[in-house]
Write a protein that binds this ligand. Sequence first.
Ligand code: TRP
Length: 332
Amino acid sequence: MDYSEVSTLVHPLFRVSNFLSTQSNEDLINEVYCGLTAKQKYISSKFFYDEKGSSLFEEITCLPEYYPTRIEKSILKTNTQKIIGEFEKLDIIELGSGDCSKISILLDAIPLIKMAQIHYIPVDVSETAILKSADILSLKYTGLSIHGLLADFLKHLYQLPCDGNRLICFFGSTIGNLDRKQSIDFLLNLKKLMLPGDRLLLGLDMVKDKQVLSNAYNDKQGVTALFNKNILNVVNDIAETNFNLHNFEHLAIYNEEKERIEMHLKALDDLVISSKLFPEKVLLKKGETIHTENSHKFSKEHISYFGSISGLQIKETYTDDKQYFSVVEFEF
Ligand code: TRP
């Protein structure tokens, strides 16, 4: 079921295909319970993004401490012409498209007369995000054709259309939320689907001063803390658990050896988490943590390694003055 199109929505100005088969509630509850009974307790980061979570995340991207979004956008703005280049026909695929602000930077640089030669394919697990961006973009860029894919980029990559010269965009350092092995597997899978002429544009947050990294995930206003804790509300909704957000503290710590930010929720007390849908109660000791996310950071060595292991050629690395963020252009 996971592997076929479930439904298609046709709008006068765009089309959205759904490849997501909804995971049964029983599976979701089981997944949550497994995580909460593991040695290092965890909750999968996919539970971050309910409506509230998605809007908190949008707020994070505007925080003064959270530099990645701002810097990545400025890198895209400075280099759009070079990135877009010459084309007769161009398919722009954006994995994890979210709001359409990054792609708009690229589209803004394309003369309207050439818009009809572009096909934009946003891929996201959020239907709201895809519909909202398709609405905005179809009105803003007349002639642009849009085909959204409601899909999981780890599972449904092979669904990517291929009838042109493709520019595959994977922004936001989202690849850093995978573990190192998963990120390599992802690139290998992507490479298998790429054809001569295709390019990959990969946004990577770079290793840097520890304090700068730590501040980005521990903002003064506490929005990241709210975002992290909101995962407990999502779990309460799905699994009918009794998590009380006040019993937890947001932790985001830079692990220097693994070059990643690790996000946790720390219990401020001994806690008993129960749900009639769980086989047993879950006990949390005061100080014990639930792991929620990793955000790996990258160096020049990682970039070369990505190139050599995937067999993709590094065409260009675009960066900022401080080399805080890189947008790497790979070609087949
Ligand atoms: N890929 C981004 C990052 O790691 C987005 C992200 C995921 C994020 N989880 C987060 C941002 C938690 C802030 C807090 O930075």
